[in-house]
Design a protein around this ligand. Sequence first.
Ligand SMILES: [Mn+2]
Length: 327
Amino acid sequence: MKAVDDIIQFIKDHDRFVITSHARPDGDAIGSELGLALMLEKLGKTAHIFNADPHPRPYQSLPGIERVQVTHKVEGSYDGLFVLECNDLQRPNLQGLDQYFVISIDHHPKTEPFGDLNWLDDSAAAVGEMIYELAQPLQVQLTSEIASNLYVAIFTDTGSFQYANTRAKTFLIAGDLVNHGASPSAISQAVYMTRPYARLQILGMLLNTLQIHSSRIASITLTQEMLEKTGASANDMEGIVDYPLSMEGIYLAAFFREEAEGRYRVSLRSKNHYDVSTVAKHFGGGGHKNAAGLAVEGSFQEVVEKVVLELEKLVDGKYEPPLEAAG
Ligand SMILES: [Mn+2]
């Protein structure tokens, strides 16, 4: 039996489920959690969602969002725990998870099985696509609420159907979700046109930090001082790393964020075949081919030098060839 068949059978045979995803959840994490929870409820099952961090503003209007409970610990009796979008049981940053029967569903190319059931498909553009594929075998009729959540998952994880992970099937699934009531214009507006003033203020400051390191590499930098001045939250940074990448001739972008004195979080983005997850992995981070992240310590100057050096190696072909599958 395929991994997905085992999961379908497990759902049919059990009643009480708990669902989580990674800390600092994104659109795919939250949309997939809600889509799955609403599907399980349609089957008459119990499904509770627990996350370690609050949902970013664009997702506060998703149907069913009030079901998401923000906590640091999961307790209670459940037949199964769905862990979506994670490469291990630590990623959700919740205590108590190891007491449950774990069902891992992920599309990151380098995730190794860590659950009791594991469905890993790195050809899927989003976990939202995978959750969609559970509907038919479970005989769940898609409601507009389920469809909207899964559409958000796919829409955000593909960068509005722009990233290399977007495949023909992505559009077929998205099309079916629209048929079932997901509104592309309403979702696009909710995700991209509800920005707070602080977001535009911080964007202006960040664009002023733009540095071009070599013909193909650019970066921007966020300091604690900028955060204090604008009152912008981490959520207000979403997508800003795409600005340096939008320049002609730039294929690799880094977003340096000062988290504390001498400690930086770095988001990496790339165009085309450049696999920035290899660079992230070098520093103990992870991610997809075109979007990855890492944490590194040192003075700002040292951190930039270290990361840019590895990005230059990637440009020079000194990393192993990228995986065939899009991330
Ligand atoms: Mn995802």
